[in-house]
Write a protein that binds this ligand. Structure first.
Ligand code: TRP
Length: 435
């Protein structure tokens, strides 16, 4: 089975090295593995929680999209989109909100930090806290669960959010799955070696601490200037230095191979000056980032190309989630209203006789096929030809188990003149009939 990897990046500020090392680089590497299907998106709804400056939001979306593309994201392999282009996200957000315990949101780190800050300022505990901030983890759960992602590469600070997503998924499965798991439980994935990059002052590199090293913006000069501002101890050139207690070294190591790393540590122990050390760090990072930056500048000069790429990505993403969303809607009881005879209406579940039917058959060409007929006999779905009848059988079984979700990768075509929503409703009826 292919594993789905998904990650989002909040579009505030300008991408910095911390974003690159903690999110972009590991996610792109993961997308190149065999047997994975990747979904990367710009979390621009999340950005609205933190920023009420439209110009900054727009600029940041563009810069971050260009950064991911310049960093080597292959949009033929990866579904790359903007969160706000996927209305199913906000729809699922609400379904999840309705099963999320308020007490659990009270415990979210970001919210608690805001309350604590108010306490320290002797302010009202809720001062300046929006419902957006409070419900932030639910929207994030929707991002993840909508795609049934197995793995979510994130920074360490986001692990609690993934745990919350698992929790919400479990609760939803329990309430509405009728014994089946509607949602996959996602797993947080942290790059073990350098999960969080330190910033100029040694705290986590973060836009909120204003201690970042820019990834591309400002060119090589901005990189050099930022590294020059990294805080070190006051040991002079010639004095031995402890590589393990210097965050400059952590930054270095995030870009160095094993040999370069060891050499740098050894040189510091034997007295390399901080000035020279910083120069080496700049050179190392520039060698890595420079070629990508050229690509970035090129893309920033053509926003319309980025727009096209994101539009195509959104379309791909929506095709992937539409059947699942239909199933979820059905699961919570938001169903198509259909006229049913009185006697039937009294029954809790649909029965076999009012459910659509799969038929497997062999044609004169010797090949095997299956199709789905509606209750009234209308053809809804037609499979391709299979040389082996068992393969056709396996697909039918999957449709019976998974409903519309199986449409994602099944070799089938919608029958002519049939609306996709009608097909999805029929598959949902089929599931209900078996329940
Ligand atoms: N909250 C994440 C961050 O600030 C961004 C994000 C939003 C995200 N939705 C997500 C990450 C879903 C992973 C999966 O880094």
């Amino acid at each position: 089975m292919t594993e789905r990897v998904l990650t989002g990046i909040t579009t505030t500020g300008t991408p910095h090295l911390g974003n690159y090392v903690g999110a972009i680089r590991p996610a792109i590497a993961a997308s190149r593995e065999d047997g994975v299907e990747s979904f990367f998106f710009l979390a621009d709804y999340h950005a609205l929680i933190k920023c009420a400056d439209p110009e900054r939001i727009a600029r940041s979306r563009l810069e971050i999209a260009a950064s991911w593309l310049a960093a080597g994201l292959d949009t033929a392999r990866v579904t790359f989109y903007r969160q706000s282009d996927i209305p199913e996200t906000t729809e699922l957000n609400w379904l999840l909100t309705c099963v999320t315990a308020k007490g659990q949101m009270n415990r979210a780190h970001a919210y608690k930090a805001a309350v604590d800050a108010n306490g320290e300022a002797s302010d009202d505990p809720d001062a300046g806290i929006t419902m957006g901030l409070y419900c932030y983890p639910i929207l994030m759960a929707a991002d993840i669960l909508l795609f049934n992602a197995h793995r979510v590469p994130v920074g360490r600070d986001q692990v609690q959010h993934i745990e919350m997503a698992r929790d919400v998924a479990q609760r939803f499965n329990h309430s509405f799955g009728q014994g089946r798991d509607l949602f996959v439980l996602p797993q947080a994935e942290i790059e073990a070696s350098v999960a969080t990059l330190p910033g100029l002052d040694g705290r986590k590199m973060s836009k909120s601490y204003d201690n970042t090293v820019p990834l591309f913006e400002g060119g090589p000069k901005a990189l050099k200037d930022a590294v020059a501002r990294i805080v070190t101890d006051s040991r002079l050139p010639g004095e031995p230095k402890d590589p393990d207690s210097a965050h400059l070294v952590t930054l270095h190591d995030a870009f160095a191979d094993e040999a370069t790393r060891l050499a740098f540590h050894a040189d510091l122990r034997s007295g390399l000056g901080w000035g020279d050390a910083k120069q080496r760090v700049v050179q190392l990072i520039e060698a890595h980032v420079g070629p990508m930056r050229e690509q970035y500048v090129q893309l920033m000069a053509h926003p319309e190309q980025i727009e096209d790429i994101l539009q195509a990505g959104a379309q791909k993403a929506r095709v992937a989630v539409a059947p699942f969303m239909a199933e979820l809607r059905h699961a919570v009881g938001l169903r198509r209203m259909v006229a049913v005879p009185q006697a039937k209406a009294a029954k809790v579940h649909a029965t076999k006789s009012d459910a659509p039917v799969f038929k497997q058959y062999r044609e004169s060409d010797g090949q095997f096929y299956f199709k789905l007929n509606a209750v009234d006999g209308t053809l809804l779905l037609q499979s391709q030809a299979f040389a082996d009848g068992r393969e056709a059988g396996a697909w039918v079984k999957r449709f019976k188990q998974e409903g519309a979700s199986a449409l994602l990768d099944a070799p089938v075509a919608l029958a002519e003149g049939v609306d996709r929503a009608v097909l999805e409703a029929a598959l949902a009826d089929l599931l209900a009939a078996q329940a």
